[in-house]
Ligand binder design. Structure first.
Ligand SMILES: NC(=O)c1ccc[n+]([C@@H]2O[C@H](COP(=O)([O-])OP(=O)(O)OC[C@H]3O[C@@H](n4cnc5c(N)ncnc54)[C@H](O)[C@@H]3O)[C@@H](O)[C@H]2O)c1
Length: 246
């Protein structure tokens, strides 16, 4: 899967799954705009990309702010001359049981996941429509399929991303822009390291493959959906869960 000469924009790329996707893209020849709220970590990933031999550019972004999201896409145009691939990966959790969840916790999660995905897709597809080519991969979660206790906000947002993916896929198919989603299961990153050990063991017991996923497991599926190998796929949701909740 060769991405030589392609330009990818990855949000939430300073660590975890987004970082791994960015490095995996670089290994396959793509130049990457590394977007993150945390500029220091984005710059570190951009340096790692350069060490691999591709070009990396770090951009501070808050995907939930329109001008910031537009600035991220513009960075790809200004620095690399266009955008071929967008990965909406930035994410947060603000867990609380329904009866205790504040409006702020609800809105923060929807803003980053849903509004952020909307704003970045909107800004990127201006260019992809003109070019009549593009690949968008939205990172949902298996929580969007099965729900999770304490995550009414997060599960709702991740299910919403599936709906947005399918609607955008229908609108953009005639422009040869593919829009697909990935639903990771339990992946070993800072986000899941916050989970108490007892809960972690319970979750692992639910996984037929009997191991937590690695960020690279997600990066492989994302690379496939960004490559020519998935040209006839759009509006799909790939579950990358080790078989959990199949
Ligand atoms: N780790 C898992 O098990 C798992 C499972 C399913 C889905 N996911 C999803 O995968 C994605 C990546 O998760 P992760 O585990 O790597 O998380 P992570 O917390 O390690 O990384 C998330 C990154 O997003 C950035 N970010 C947060 N808010 C942002 C904003 N407003 N604008 C720009 N960047 C922002 C953070 O700075 C951070 O670098 C998220 O969308 C998450 O919901 C993760």
């Amino acid at each position: 899967m060769n991405l030589e000469g392609k330009v990818a924009v990855v949000t939430g790329a300073g660590q975890g799954i987004g970082r791994e996707i960015s490095l995996f893209y670089a290994k396959h020849g793509a130049n990457v705009v590394v977007g993150d709220l945390n500029l220091d970590s984005a710059e570190q990933v951009a340096r790692e990309i350069e060490e691999i031999g591709s070009k990396g550019f770090a951009q501070k972004v808050d995907v939930s702010e329109k001008e910031s999201a537009q600035g991220l896409i513009q960075a790809a145009i200004d620095h690399f001359g266009g955008i071929d691939i967008l990965v909406n990966n930035a994410g947060i959790t603000r867990d609380a049981m329904l009866h205790k969840m504040t409006e702020e916790q609800f809105e923060q999660v929807l803003d980053v996941h849903m509004k952020g995905t909307f704003l970045c897709m909107q800004a990127a597809t201006v260019h992809m429509r003109q070019k009549q080519k593009g690949k968008i991969v939205n990172i949902s979660s298996i929580a969007g399929k099965v729900g999770n206790m304490g995550q009414v906000n997060y599960a709702g947002a991740k299910a919403g991303i599936v709906g947005m993916t399918k609607a955008a896929a229908k609108e953009l198919a005639k422009f040869q822009v593919n829009v697909n989603a990935v639903q990771p299961g339990f992946i070993d990153t800072d986000m899941t390291r916050a989970v108490p050990e007892k809960v972690r063991q319970l979750k692992i017991a639910e996984i037929p493959m009997q191991r937590v996923g690695e960020p690279l497991d997600i990066a492989k599926a994302v690379l496939f959906l960004s490559s020519d190998y998935s040209d006839y796929m759009t509006g799909n949701v790939l579950e990358v869960t080790g078989g959990r909740f199949m």
